[in-house]
Design a protein around this ligand. Structure first.
Ligand code: GLY
Length: 384
């Protein structure tokens, strides 16, 4: 990883989750010098995530503008990971075209998925309804009582930890890029314009533009003028990882999402054998305790869908904080303060939206022009 003394780069990025790291990479490739500040880059929600790239199966009413961006980012993934593999000197970013099967546990859950299917069809999205036995033919480890489901062949996954590693490798090869593993204490503003940051250790970095991409902590940097404060909040998710021993491989070949007595659950099978089970959705402020109740509910619902998971070693329990915004959509672009930009609030779609966000941010930073695709996600939209 590149470590450098804080110089005076063109751009300072506050926060090294996937969005910050990818923005740094794309921006440096546009010829700008970039310093990214984070005491523990890649350690929070980006590391915990399941990495589902599922714009069609995670569709919600009222989120049609977001759907467009989600689909665009999903389409961009194959090229993005190819470029990243090259830029990193051959690191595998863990992209996997596995398709997604969303299944129903009981008749009420079936009604939920049928409604989702009707909504998907009304938007011309590709999704095929399967009976329970058709679903089990695709995934024989599904519970015998499964009431049918939706096959979305275009919804895939990326191993977010491999993606992080590939990004770190690419950044380490980028001469215009420095990572400073120190917390930003304060944004500096002069004459109404963002001018840089002060670090926790007292160091100062002056920059032409500053990007705030610190996830749910993005509103907590001192010195942000009130009119530019991003309205993000933490939404806790507990998530588990099981190991699939060779004798059980492949336990699943698709990502399996499920509605289980109205709860939503997912099981994401990695190529190397890990099975990711998620996730709770809790409004618990900045708490990241893994609770007995959270683990119980996740295992209960996953077992209802795939009973065989009870045989697998439970190798990791974790809780992390999604950056939620008031309309569940991201904040991407300039703020009310010249020189201060935001890329946060990605809520449930941070991994999915990494390529689209990073490309858009690099374009804005390099040219000042906001691409049409991210105009609906203007950070200033919440101002009265
Ligand atoms: N997108 C999955 C989650 O947020 O749990």
């Amino acid at each position: 990883m590149t470590m450098a003394e804080p110089a005076n780069p063109d751009v300072v990025i506050i926060g090294g989750g996937l969005v910050g790291l990818a923005t740094a990479w794309r921006t440096a490739r546009r010829g700008l010098s970039v310093t990214l500040c984070d005491p523990a880059p890649g350690a929070h929600a980006s590391f915990a995530a399941a990495g589902m790239l599922t714009p069609v199966t995670e569709l919600h009413y009222g989120e049609e503008p977001l759907l467009e961006l989600n689909l665009a980012s999903a389409r961009r993934y194959p090229e993005f990971v190819t470029e990243l593999r090259e830029a990193s000197g051959g690191a595998d970013p863990g992209y996997r075209e596995c398709g997604t099967l969303a299944v129903a546990f009981d008749p009420d859950d079936r009604a939920v998925l049928l409604e989702l299917h009707a909504f998907q069809r009304s938007l011309d999205l590709e999704a095929e309804w399967l009976t329970g036995s058709e679903a089990r033919k695709l995934e024989p480890m599904l519970a015998p009582g499964i009431r049918g489901g939706l096959l979305v062949e275009g919804d895939h996954q990326v191993d977010n930890r491999m993606l992080l590693a590939a990004l770190f490798a690419a950044l380490a090869r980028e001469p215009r890029l420095a990572i400073v593993r120190t917390k930003v204490a304060e944004l500096t503003v002069a004459g109404g314009r963002a001018t840089g940051v002060v670090l926790d250790d007292g160091g100062r970095i002056a920059a032409g533009q500053v990007v705030l991409s610190a996830g749910c902590w993005s509103g907590q940097v001192r010195g942000i003028p009130p009119e530019a404060l991003p309205p993000v909040r933490p939404v806790k998710g507990q998530i588990l990882r099981l190991a699939v021993p060779d004798v059980y491989k492949p336990l699943l070949t698709h990502t399996v999402r499920g509605v289980v007595r109205s709860n939503h659950a997912y099981l994401v099978p990695r190529a190397h054998g890990e099975l990711v089970l998620g996730a709770t959705t809790e409004e618990q402020d900045y708490d990241t305790t893994v609770t007995a109740g959270g683990v119980y509910e996740l295992l209960r619902d996953a077992r209802a869908l795939v009973p065989g998971i009870t045989e697998l070693p439970l190798v990791e329990t974790r809780a992390a904080l999604r950056p939620g915004s008031p309309d569940n959509a991201p904040l991407i672009g300039p703020t009310a303060v010249p020189g201060l930009l935001v890329a946060t609030g990605h809520y449930r779609h941070g991994v999915l939206l990494t390529p689209a966000t990073a490309d858009a941010m690099a374009e804005i930073l390099a040219t000042g022009e906001v691409p049409d695709a991210v105009k609906p996600f203007d950070p200033r939209r919440f101002r009265k």
